[in-house]
Design a protein around this ligand. Structure first.
Ligand SMILES: *[C@@H]1O[C@H](CO)[C@@H](O)[C@H](O)[C@H]1NC(C)=O
Ligand SMILES: *[C@@H]1O[C@H](CO)[C@@H](O)[C@H](O)[C@H]1NC(C)=O
Ligand SMILES: *[C@@H]1O[C@H](CO)[C@@H](O)[C@H](O)[C@H]1NC(C)=O
Ligand SMILES: *[C@@H]1O[C@H](CO)[C@@H](O)[C@H](O)[C@H]1NC(C)=O
Ligand SMILES: *[C@@H]1O[C@H](CO)[C@@H](O)[C@H](O)[C@H]1NC(C)=O
Ligand SMILES: *[C@@H]1O[C@H](CO)[C@@H](O)[C@H](O)[C@H]1NC(C)=O
Length: 536
């Protein structure tokens, strides 16, 4: 009952009970005045309802027989020699003024008034309160281990009256001693000198895993002040590892030559500072959570494991695959072949998965590598074999060069603009042939043809073959001979045989001036002529 009553009531009631023995006969109710510790208080006499004119004498006393002061009408008050009050009291409108009230002043003061023939007594109870200090945390620990009772901290608040209450909170939920995980010991000490109370509360706590990041606070509660919270306390929660996890932190898929970094993590706190890694069946203890396999090869494909150093039963594993792709062409670089020969190219692919192979000649995509049964000039070129698989790509190339003596492919006569005719001579051969024109059996340069009223210009020159010359001339009777000669310069390596072969130049000729019209018939005739000569 004592504790459930508000402070003022508590005071009134307890003191009433005590005082009744002395005063109940005289008065029916006991006034209470409340003051803050250290303040100056004025205790009124009969609630200030004293008529000055009627009063001849006033006396203030305390407890049973402590005299404080007396005042006769029209005289200054006389303060008694009582050590408790002689320097701290005065009178004001019959009220007793006490400076610097302390806990010892929490007692009953009586105002005795002589009015005419009556002596009246008005007792007043003085209650002193003092608000406590802010909560202070001491004996703070930093780490709590799961399942182990730990004294987390002590919280105290001093200089209070009545004594302050202290309540611990975890994440805003009040904690109460439960005979298991929570044990709170609270002490109240009263200072002998000041009479003020210090409340100390010790929190002993057994953490669970859910307490990671839990915020603990100490709250000081006092009837005369707002609740005061300590700053939140956060503890490191230590718990053992139950599981390890192995990850590959490098970005896969992996190919030969890559570095592969593994990371082992444990769910305990604090995390282990070293781990065991099992690399190709070999156990390695490292003071790190990382392990790097440098420049892996296809032999590194397999299962990798890590475990705690002190408990190899707590283990994790992960498979690693190192992709590889080997591409071997039966021949690479420059392949020189004679016109009409055959060539068989093969490609050997070894890979860890299903590779995709594609072929290119120059910039043109091929469906597959062509089979060269009978090489032609047009087979010449750079061939590229592209094999890809899982981010791996290998390219192999070879350059095919088809060599042969020059051949006139085409002689065409056609009508040009106005009175001109166009002669076209197309030839092929490797190395690149040059074209020589002769008119009426005499060699002429293109410039000569122009000077003679013939305009001529090469139309297309292919790098390898064919070479095409087109010449326009006026309608005169001339014999234009297109002579194609293989360049000797580039073929020194081929030697004498080839040089001799070259000397057998090929030529084609037209006779003009007839009523031809560049018809197919004429072209055919020319070609016959050309092929006859070519057979020479
Ligand atoms: C009462 O006190 C005041 C000041 O303390 C003083 O001036 C006055 O003379 C005193 N009166 C008597 C009657 O002593
Ligand atoms: C708290 O710390 C004080 C000294 O700072 C020490 O005297 C006291 O015994 C400690 N209390 C507990 C419960 O550890
Ligand atoms: C202090 O604690 C007591 C006992 O639990 C309670 O009755 C009282 O109301 C509390 N005082 C304050 C100011 O909270
Ligand atoms: C692999 O690691 C080595 C040494 O740590 C380094 O020199 C090399 O450049 C790395 N290779 C790759 C492909 O990152
Ligand atoms: C024309 O030139 C070729 C090569 O330049 C030469 O072999 C041939 O003898 C020359 N013919 C005439 C008739 O000058
Ligand atoms: C070519 O010969 C013919 C006769 O055979 C002649 O009429 C013509 O003018 C000659 N042309 C040139 C350019 O020499």
């Amino acid at each position: 009952m004592y504790l459930t009553l508000p402070l003022q009531d508590v005071f009134t009631n307890t003191l009433y009970l005590q005082s009744c023995l002395l005063l109940c006969v005289l008065v029916s109710a006991l006034e209470t005045v409340t003051s803050k510790y250290g303040d100056t208080i004025e205790i009124p006499c009969n609630n200030g309802r004293v008529v000055e004119a009627e009063v001849t004498f006033v006396k203030w006393k305390y407890d049973k027989d402590g005299n404080i002061l007396v005042k006769h009408r029209d005289q200054n008050a006389t303060v008694s020699n009582d050590v408790n009050y002689k320097n701290r009291v005065s009178i004001k409108d019959f009220g007793l003024v006490i400076t610097q009230v302390a806990m010892a002043d929490q007692r009953t003061f009586t105002c005795m008034v002589v009015v005419e023939e009556d002596i009246l007594e008005y007792p007043v109870q003085l209650a002193i309160y003092k608000v406590p200090s802010q909560p202070q945390i001491t004996n703070l620990t930093t780490v709590m281990a799961i399942g182990k009772p730990t004294t987390l901290a002590q919280c105290h608040s001093e200089g209070a009256n009545p004594a302050a209450n202290i309540t611990w909170f975890k994440n805003k939920t009040p904690l109460v001693t439960d005979g298991a995980a929570i044990k709170i010991i609270t002490n109240v000490d009263v200072d002998e000198e000041t009479g003020l109370s210090t409340t100390t509360s010790t929190l002993e706590y057994t953490a669970v895993k859910g307490d990671i990041d839990a915020k603990f606070t100490c709250q000081v509660q006092h009837i005369k002040s707002a609740n005061m919270d300590s700053s939140p306390l956060v503890f490191t929660v230590n718990y053992p590892t139950e599981k390890v996890n192995l990850q590959v932190v490098s970005q896969g898929p992996f190919k030969e030559g890559d570095n592969v970094t593994l990371k082992c993590t444990a769910d305990g706190n604090p995390p282990p500072s070293s781990y065991n890694f099992f690399i190709n069946g070999e156990e390695k203890t490292v003071d790190s959570s990382m392990y790097t396999l440098t420049s892996v090869t296809r032999e590194n494909t397999g299962e990798y494991k890590c475990s705690l150093v002190d408990n190899e039963d707590i283990v994790a594993s992960i498979p690693i695959t190192v992709e590889y792709l080997d591409v071997v062409l039966s021949s690479t670089g420059k392949i020189v072949k004679k016109l009409g020969e055959s060539l068989e190219m093969t490609v050997d692919v070894k890979a860890s998965g299903a590779p995709q192979t594609s072929w290119k000649k120059g910039n043109t995509k091929l469906n597959s590598l062509p089979k060269f049964h009978k090489l032609t000039y047009s087979d010449s070129g750079v061939y590229e074999c592209i094999v890809s698989m899982a981010g791996l790509k290998k390219t192999q190339t070879f350059e095919l060069v088809v060599e042969g003596s020059p051949v006139i492919k085409n002689l065409i006569k056609a009508r040009g603009e106005g009175m001109t005719k166009v002669l076209k001579c197309a030839a092929e051969g490797f190395p690149k042939p040059t074209v020589q024109w002769s008119v009426n059996g005499s060699n002429v340069s293109l410039n000569d043809l122009l000077l003679n009223g013939l305009s001529s210009h090469p139309v297309v020159v292919f790098p390898l073959s064919p070479v095409v010359h087109k010449d326009e001339y006026s309608d005169q009777t001339i014999l234009a001979v297109c002579i194609v000669v293989g360049l000797m310069l580039a073929v020194l390596a081929i030697g004498l045989a080839y040089w001799l072969y070259m000397k057998k130049f090929r030529q084609g000729s037209w006779k003009t001036g007839e009523k031809e019209d560049g018809s197919a018939e004429e072209s055919k005739k020319l070609e016959e002529n050309q092929s006859q000569k070519a057979d020479v």
